[in-house]
Design a protein around this ligand. Structure first.
Ligand SMILES: Nc1ncnc2c1ncn2[C@@H]1O[C@H](COP(=O)(O)OP(=O)(O)OP(=O)(O)O)[C@@H](O)[C@H]1O
Ligand SMILES: [Mg+2]
Length: 603
């Protein structure tokens, strides 16, 4: 009973989803009307043609009536000539609607995917997202554009065909109907398995290509770890699995076509024999025999189509559910109902009793309260996994806190438009990304209308101008794969320049200079601190020498705020920070006196 109810609610859900996707056709209702008219005409023409043949044979040929013969040929030719432009229009309109609906759905899907939370995007592999945006989405389009018209016209065609066949010879039609379950089961048996193998093959080849893509992108590391041979073996293994699937598909297709030929031979032989027998016995005219043969074969192929249509619809429904799942996913981080627009943002940021985690019941940040004043340079230090980067993600509103709030100039960050919040707070990580385009476009990712002067200034502040000047085509040099390869330190400086171009009020550098030497780092920090437009600087660093330039240091451990102050007071406290510092010095084999940041007498 419960299963029955579940099944019914599942069907209802699918139908309502189908209705929702069918709405995509609404803007093209006029084209759809033309399409249905064309389909209706083709259907009528297909049904009328055999009867015309019957009339031609029985009355014109056997009755030697030239006038009637001419008339019938004329009607046939006119109908045929009509059918050509109609088929042309039908194919064109169908292509047009399919292309437009595909465009609309792709655009809507990708926009929604972009708006969804980072958590959703990361909960699936890139391959999965691409599969939904590619084959799944095309299946949905084909469902609404091709399958629905076929489904709607199908019963009509079947009923008319049945009616004609029954009218022409009811015993034979009933005979065909009696064996129709065999035809249906035969088609169902094979198409179900064939679709299954087809799906498996598509998925497997997608996985193989995405694994190949990954291995090629990481070619350097494959070499460094000496994994060339094992990568090649893995690829061979993947290929063998694909070949096995292909063999299964071919085996199925051969069995299907041969058994179908056998079934057809039996049916065609039986029907032809029976019709011939009726003609010889004088119970059927030659014309009726011709017409009946065609109608009965049309009926047989319609009966066969029921089996394959069922599987086609079933698979397309699965694709539809996957597409709907992404479209129905709700963004965790949402726009405020009444957004506040800050006129002159100052850049004061405060975390107020913030608790947050990625997984339920496992908080990463625990009741943290911190304050960053406008124009201030604050360093955040703490062991690996303490939650420093997580805190930056909250400031960028990639996630919202479970408890507590984050204030920007006294306003809850959730009350600002998301775009605005992300423009006010810029973030550079230790692992900077470069798009596969020119350096110019890479910088414009930070500010789409940045001028050359602005770019040069940003590069100068990030101490990147020296190496950019030496690039073969300067700012117009292609970056990344196939283009110019920058060193990690150079990439980090480009990333800093890109963030500077956003003119943020708060600039977070999360180990963003880890690949640079101390001198370079100090120069950049000095430039950023002395910049007249001014911003609050948040420096997240393991390298304790980085913190020397900061006015304040916040220490975090296991998601909790441990202590705060400047470097010297923290050292004097002999607390967690001082311990971290001593450990680092011991690791580096240095004595406190050797560090320029370390005044005499401390520690
Ligand atoms: N997407 C995620 N899903 C689940 N757990 C995560 C996720 N990102 C980070 N974590 C966990 O949250 C904790 C804090 O991570 P975070 O990256 O904030 O540390 P961190 O202080 O920046 O460390 P590091 O100095 O090594 O960069 C870690 O234990 C980490 O495993
Ligand atoms: Mg981190």
């Amino acid at each position: 009973m419960v299963r029955l109810r579940d099944k019914a609610s599942g069907t209802f859900q699918r139908l309502s989803q189908l209705l929702r996707f069918t709405r995509l056709l609404l803007p093209y209702w006029d084209k759809q009307a033309v399409l249905y008219l064309c389909l209706f005409f083709s259907l009528s023409f297909g049904l009328a043609q055999p009867y015309l043949s019957r009339l031609a044979i029985d009355f014109a040929l056997i009755g030697r009536d030239l006038y009637l013969f001419n008339m019938l040929v004329l009607i046939g030719v006119v109908l045929y000539l009509f059918s050509i432009p109609i088929e042309l229009i039908q194919k064109y309109v169908s292509f047009y609607v399919r292309t437009r609906v595909s465009f609309d759905l792709r655009s809507r899907f990708y926009r929604h995917l972009q708006l969804l939370s980072l958590r959703f995007a990361q909960s699936r592999t890139t391959g999965e997202h691409l599969y939904r945006l590619g084959p799944d989405l095309e299946n949905v389009v084909s469902l609404v554009v091709d399958t629905i018209p076929s489904l709607l016209l199908f019963p009509l065609r079947l009923l008319v065909l049945l009616g004609i066949c029954l009218w022409l010879s009811w015993p034979l039609t009933l005979g065909v109907l009696a064996i129709s379950p065999i035809i249906y089961l035969h088609v169902r048996f094979f198409s179900k398995r064939q679709y299954g193998v087809l799906e498996e093959t598509t998925r497997a080849s997608q996985e193989v290509s995405s694994r190949l893509q990954e291995a090629l992108a990481l070619i350097k590391w494959v070499k460094v770890f000496g994994r060339e041979r094992s990568e090649w073996r893995r690829y061979l293994g993947d290929l063998v699995s694909l070949i096995r699937l292909n063999i299964r598909a071919i085996r199925l297709s051969l069995f299907q076509s041969e058994s179908s030929r056998l079934l057809n031979a039996v049916l065609v032989g039986g029907i032809t024999y029976w019709l011939g027998y009726q003609v010889i016995r004088g119970r059927l005219t030659l014309g009726l025999m011709t017409a009946l043969t065609i109608y009965l074969f049309q009926l047989l192929s319609a009966l066969k189509a029921i089996g394959s249509l069922y599987n086609e619809v079933y698979l397309k429904f699965i694709a539809m559910e996957r597409v709907a799942q992404t479209l129905d996913a709700q963004a965790e981080v949402t726009e405020p109902a009444r957004p506040i627009r800050l006129k002159n943002p100052r850049g004061e940021v405060e975390l107020e009793n913030v608790t947050f985690g990625y997984v339920e019941h496992r908080p990463v940040l625990k009741n943290i309260s911190l304050r960053f004043l406008p124009g201030e340079t604050v360093a955040i230090v703490g062991p690996s996994g303490a939650g420093k980067t997580t805190m930056s993600y909250l400031l960028l509103r990639l996630y919202d806190p479970w408890e507590g709030r984050i204030l920007f100039d006294g306003y809850d960050l959730r009350e600002l438009p998301i775009r605005e919040a992300r423009r006010l707070i810029a973030f550079v990580s230790h692992d900077p990304f470069l798009l596969k385009t020119t350096l110019w476009e890479n910088l414009r990712f930070g500010k789409p209308d940045a001028t050359e002067e602005e770019m040069e200034e940003a590069l100068r502040l990030a101490e990147a101008h020296h190496f950019v000047e030496k690039l073969p085509q300067g700012l117009h040099t292609e970056m990344g794969e196939g283009g110019f390869q920058l060193s990690q330190g150079e990439k980090q400086r480009v990333a800093i320049a890109r963030a500077i171009l956003m003119s943020p009020r708060v600039l977070i550098l999360d180990e963003a200079m880890a690949a640079l030497n101390s001198d370079h780092e100090q120069k950049i920090i000095k430039n950023l601190k002395g910049y007249e437009k001014g911003w609050s600087l948040i420096l997240i660093s393991h390298r304790l020498s980085t913190v020397q330039g900061a006015e304040k240091v916040y220490v975090i451990d296991q998601g909790r705020f441990v202590e705060g102050g400047n470097h010297y007071t923290l050292m004097a406290n002999r607390g967690f920070y001082s311990q971290l510092f001593q450990e680092q010095l011991a690791k580096e084999g240095l004595r406190p006196g050797k560090m320029s940041c370390f005044p005499e007498g401390v520690a």
